[in-house]
Ligand binder design. Structure first.
Ligand SMILES: NC(=O)c1ccc[n+]([C@@H]2O[C@H](COP(=O)([O-])OP(=O)(O)OC[C@H]3O[C@@H](n4cnc5c(N)ncnc54)[C@H](OP(=O)(O)O)[C@@H]3O)[C@@H](O)[C@H]2O)c1
Length: 273
């Protein structure tokens, strides 16, 4: 896939995985539009892209809360009016609120659904009729391993990421005949501000299990895997060999994953990873 001169809209593009994808796409000649809430962080990211890019590249920023359907639709319209309907939409905006299920309040469930799941839906639905009419486009939804395994301590986050997975599966099938490609990414723990917050707040059991089994990746490595996956027109993108093996293992284990999770949690409770 040639990214040169393509228009890319990246939610969560001011930080972490979204920003790393933005840098790579900009370096490959795309016009990159970053969407997030904090204008100051967006401006820092934009200055960096502009300083590194060619004068012909038209990057931009849009302050928007993707949880609000009107703001999300306005963001798509703004990009379209400025540089054209996006060729690439990367939904990386996300939050994580871990905790024991009995300690999670309903706001945590609602907010993660609104940002992690509906945030992607709002942006995609706003662009969808245009993408189908044009007969091209690439949508990348950044999910999580918590979107294919029910990880202890992530009841509310998992709900939002499983929802994103279900929606993306259907989207893939329905948009394929129209020439619009869909991808879903399952990053492992990635060294970003979100992970720093996650580590401070997640239950000790899952922290011990993840600490033992999961190798933290850089956002740059995850972004490279995303671009490679897009170039190969993959639907499932699992950055790193560990993540790929883990994804296939969970699928192969089927219902056996549950007693294994119980065993790992029991060990972690005894203070062992
Ligand atoms: N880091 C990991 O270990 C990891 C692992 C698996 C999956 N993921 C997923 O990867 C994605 C990116 O995470 P990250 O680690 O790169 O996080 P990050 O560094 O914290 O970046 C999150 C981005 O999302 C934006 N954002 C958050 N809420 C938003 C909202 N309501 N509307 C618009 N933008 C919003 C943030 O900007 P503002 O706050 O300014 O809005 C920021 O740009 C998320 O979907 C996350 O769930 C991360």
């Amino acid at each position: 896939m040639d990214f040169h001169d393509r228009v890319a809209l990246i939610t969560g593009g001011s930080s972490g995985i979204g920003l790393a994808v933005a840098r790579l796409l900009a370096a490959r000649g795309a016009h990159v539009w970053l969407v997030a809430r904090d204008v100051a962080r967006l401006q820092v990211a934009l200055s960096e892209l502009q300083a590194a890019g060619a004068p012909t590249q038209q990057h931009g920023i849009i302050a928007c809360d993707v949880a609000d359907p009107e703001q999300a639709a306005a963001a798509v319209q703004q990009v379209t009016a400025a540089v054209g309907l996006p060729d690439i939409i990367v939904n990386s905006a996300g939050i994580v609120l871990p905790g024991y299920v009995e300690k999670l309040d309903l706001t945590a469930f609602r907010r993660q659904i609104e940002v992690n799941y509906l945030g992607a839906v709002h942006v995609i639905q706003a662009a969808l009729s245009g993408l189908i009419r044009r007969g091209s486009g690439h949508i990348v939804n950044v999910c999580s391993a918590a979107g294919f395994i029910g990880m202890f301590g992530y009841a509310a986050y998992a709900g939002s990421k499983f929802a994103l997975r279900g929606y993306s599966d259907v989207l893939r099938a329905e948009l394929k005949p129209a020439g619009v490609h869909v991808a879903i990414v399952f990053p492992p723990d990635t060294d970003t501000p979100q992970l720093a917050y996650d580590k401070q707040t997640r239950p000790v059991e899952i922290d011990r299990i993840i600490g033992k089994w999961v190798k933290v990746q850089t956002p740059e490595a995850v972004a490279r895997a995303i671009l490679e996956g897009m170039e190969r027109k993959r639907y499932i993108i699992t950055p790193g060999l560990d993540t790929t093996l883990f994804y296939w293992l969970i699928g192969a284990l089927g219902p056996l994953q549950y007693p294994i999770m119980d065993y790992l949690v029991a060990r972690a409770r005894r203070g062992r990873a």
